[in-house]
Ligand binder design. Structure first.
Ligand SMILES: [Zn+2]
Length: 423
């Protein structure tokens, strides 16, 4: 999960573009060229012009990254990796306009419950490996395909075990309120079970940092969500919401009122919701990939940015509405093309914005002294490639916590299959 910091000092340098996201998450990154970065104890120690290197700097090693575009490691603040089964048939049926009764999330719940620990853990590890291979160094991972106390705890435990196998940083989110399981009664009864039984079990076992609720038409009501999130906050879990994806429900305002770190989706958000987020610290996490697949509208990215809200871009990789693992370069491209963001804004939203959406804005998502040295050198020379190549951009080199994990950059390489270097 977390990587051990290196005690040596490394000098990274290049003649290409170093994109440094800004503390204000919505501001596009400033770029430096030529550039140099000193990394010490797993953190950035200094960033600047290579001709102005601090006199005392005596790097143990120097790496020249040539003309490659270099950015902070990407932060994917919304994924659902703990599932089994495949629902590609549902996607095809939906796009053919057929009324579909595939059982949706519950179909995945059934497949996941009947999958052994070892298999499910391997699936999660593969998905996290694909994220890292595509330049994502921090991934938020939700449970939510178990929907019973034992199954939700199992999913969170297996996510943690899978994360320990890889040099990627993982934040876990308990999403017991993803759907109402078939054996439960009404949604309100199940919400009470989530609040009274599942949340205490999750926190007693220290299995998650956040609690999330699918608060939308046909899923959990505002009252259900408030019950669950209040219980979560009372046990020191950070809170986040699936909000305004299918209908404008007011989940955004509920999240703001309860101090949610992020509200996610927002395809149906209106002007009042934009204003609420602009006046709050709650991050607007936008998920263009499932919005594109579902054809149910796009989130108002431009209005949110113009109003001054903090915006994050994430993949929402999951079992049923978008299953692309390692898709963050595509998501940045979609932010810039489909959602009307500039490429700089989209890149900031996938780095600093994602970090802010996980409450980690002071720790990662930027290249600045004191922050974790998570960094990617891309097979591109300008960030415009994320829009121009729409997904066909990949890392050449990756550092996580100052540790070179570049063999993970190519999922086909033998080093990647054998596991992270040095293990
Ligand atoms: Zn989701």
């Amino acid at each position: 999960m977390a990587t051990a910091p290196r005690s040596e000092t490394i000098l990274l340098t290049g003649g290409g573009r170093l994109c440094m996201a800004q503390p204000e998450a919505s501001a596009p990154p400033t770029t430096l060229s030529p550039w140099a970065v000193l990394v010490r104890d797993g953190r950035f120690a200094w960033v600047g012009d290579p001709r102005e290197l601090p006199p005392g700097a005596r790097p143990d090693a120097t790496v020249d990254l040539g003309t490659a575009l270099v950015t902070p490691g990407l932060v994917n603040a919304h994924t659902h990796p703990a599932y089994a089964g495949d629902r590609a048939d549902e996607a095809a049926a939906r796009l053919e306009g057929k009324a579909y009764d595939g059982g949706g999330i519950l179909r995945t719940v059934e497949a996941t419950r009947s999958t052994r620990d070892e298999t499910l853990r391997a699936r999660v590890a593969e998905r996290l490996g694909a994220e890292l291979a595509a330049g994502t160094t921090t991934v938020e991972c939700k449970s939510g395909y178990g929907l019973s106390t034992a199954e939700e705890l199992r999913a969170l435990r297996l996510i943690g075990e899978a994360a320990d196998e890889l040099p990627v940083r993982v934040m876990r989110t308990f999403l017991g309120a993803h759907a109402v399981p078939p054996e439960a009664g009404a949604a309100a009864d199940y919400a009470r079970l989530v609040a009274d039984e599942m949340i205490p079990a999750v926190t007693a076992n220290r299995l998650a940092e956040f609690c999330d609720v699918f608060c939308d038409r046909g899923f959990f009501s505002l009252a259900d969500a408030e019950l669950i999130l209040t219980a979560a906050a009372g046990r020191d879990l950070g809170i986040r919401l699936h909000a305004e994806q299918l209908a404008r429900t007011g989940a955004t305002e509920l999240g703001v009122r309860l101090g949610a770190v992020s509200v996610d989706h927002l395809e149906q958000l209106d002007g009042a919701g934009v204003a609420a987020l602009a006046a709050a610290t709650t991050v607007a996490t936008l998920l263009p990939a499932p919005a594109l697949v579902l054809r149910g509208g796009l989130p108002p990215a431009r209005a949110l940015l113009d109003a001054g809200a903090t915006v994050a871009l994430a993949s929402d990789a999951n079992a049923g509405t978008f299953s692309g693992w390692g898709a963050m370069p595509l998501v940045i491209g979609l932010g810039a093309t489909l959602l009307g963001m500039t490429v700089g804004e989209a890149l900031a939203a996938a780095t600093m914005g994602g970090a802010a959406a996980l409450g980690l804005g002071a720790d990662r998502g930027r290249i600045a002294p004191g922050l974790a040295a998570d960094l990617v050198a891309w097979d591109a020379e300008h960030e415009g490639a994320f829009a121009l190549r729409l997904g066909a951009v990949g890392p050449e080199r990756i550092w996580v916590g100052g540790r070179d994990v570049s063999p993970w950059a190519d999922p086909r390489s033998p080093a990647s299959r054998a596991g992270p270097p040095g293990r």
